[in-house]
Design a protein around this ligand. Structure first.
Ligand code: G6P
Length: 370
């Protein structure tokens, strides 16, 4: 097992550090920047059907559901097709309106999650075309779907999903950009700009790992005794906040909640005092001014602010108690980079608390029960 961990203390840390490679592997052979194309057989073979969809419903569980929420933002922004995101376990037990004009996208790392499987079966019975995004090759979900794309993140052993999540976001980005390019909603110039950014992600992820690991490890020490955590973000980074909170809950057993920063005033603000740590994702691209005022509201109530900002930020950084800098990218790709320090933060807090990070209590890597 030590050999499999490749010199890392835990699989989770190894998998966090594998992300420059796993994202590169997700893009490999698909993103051809010089030719200006995205090559994805699964999408290409069914392009018309996908682009004529009345609506797309994304179904998933856990971390994959968070990827789905970001998928909604991506597909609606670039392909302009209406998207809904549902927990597979809710979808399957109600009577959702799904017809043969619908596309259902099922996202699953393991490809074995029982609720997602059952939801796919129901969607197919209602005539939908089901597209799978799985990590495990030849898994049950990848076999029952009508078409799909693998994430190619490689085996993920740690129960808390890390590299599979960022690869899911990468695949969803490719799909959204490809659909948008072909249905005319994305200009060639904008498409080129975005694929160039996408191509730069593995390098930026490598940079964020190198520059933030020690800083995050140090910050984590201050929060070993925390009982609650709040994670806030806006736009694309609202689901990233949900995922950051889930990571912490799963492995450190600290209660954590993710929230859209603007919704703070409708509840969570009542919880803020000097004992409440608040992680706020505040990249330059993405409602920055609004985030600045959220940060000030938190500061006025003495909350402990851990801010994720772009390199060189001064405005949020001057108010925050702890600052984590990450490289700038388009707002739509920022969750991929911002997720890395959030994974590290959860990891180090859990390690300091002596928790079993690779096998957290009560959790399973693949949930095949209903
Ligand atoms: C379990 C795992 C999570 C995962 C979820 C969905 O809860 O512990 O990490 O996100 O199942 O799994 P899937 O394999 O369908 O993505």
């Amino acid at each position: 097992e030590q050999i499999e961990k490749g010199g890392y203390e835990h699989f989770m840390l190894k998998e966090i550090f594998e992300q420059p490679k796993s994202i590169h592997d997700t893009l490999r052979g698909r993103l051809l920047v010089e030719e200006g194309i995205i090559k994805m057989a699964g999408i290409w073979d069914h392009l018309e059907r996908l682009n004529q969809a009345q609506k797309i419903t994304i179904i998933a569980c856990g971390t994959s559901w968070h990827a789905g929420l970001i998928g909604e933002y991506l597909i609606e922004e670039f392909a302009r097709i209406p998207v809904e995101v549902e927990y597979a376990s809710e979808f399957r037990y109600r009577n959702p309106i799904i017809t043969d004009k619908d596309i259902v996208i099922a996202i699953s790392q393991s490809g074995e999650t029982a609720d997602t499987m059952a939801a796919i079966k129901m969607a197919k019975e209602k005539g939908a075309f089901v597209y799978g995004i799985c990590n495990v090759v030849d898994s049950s979900i990848s076999r029952v779907t009508d078409a799909g794309s693998y994430t190619h993140a490689g085996p993920e052993i740690g129960v808390a999903s890390t590299k599979a999540f960022t690869s899911q976001l990468t695949v969803l980005s490719l799909i959204a950009l490809k659909l948008g390019k072909h249905n005319g909603n994305l200009s060639n110039q904008e498409f080129m700009r975005l694929i160039t950014e996408l191509d730069a992600l593995p390098k930026k992820v490598e940079e964020v790992l190198e520059t933030t690991n020690d800083i995050v490890k140090d910050i984590a020490k201050h929060f070993i005794g925390a009982q609650n955590f709040l994670y806030l973000g806006r736009g694309y980074n609202f689901p990233a906040a949900l995922e950051g909170a889930l990571k912490l809950k799963e492995i450190s057993y600290i209660h954590a909640e993710g929230y859209p920063a603007a919704e703070m005033k409708h509840g969570p603000i009542a919880l803020i005092d000097e004992n409440m740590p608040i992680v706020i994702i505040a990249p330059k691209q993405g409602h920055y001014d609004k985030i600045v005022s959220n940060v000030q509201e938190i500061k006025a109530r003495k909350g402990k602010i851990i801010a994720l900002v772009n390199k060189g930020d001064t405005q949020v950084a001057s108010v925050a108690d702890y600052v984590i800098e990450f490289p700038e990218t388009s707002e739509c790709f920022s969750p991929i980079i911002a997720s890395i320090p959030l994974q590290l933060l959860a990891y180090y807090i859990a390690v300091y608390r002596g928790a079993n990070v690779d096998q957290p209590r009560n959790l399973a890597k693949s949930v095949t029960v209903e």
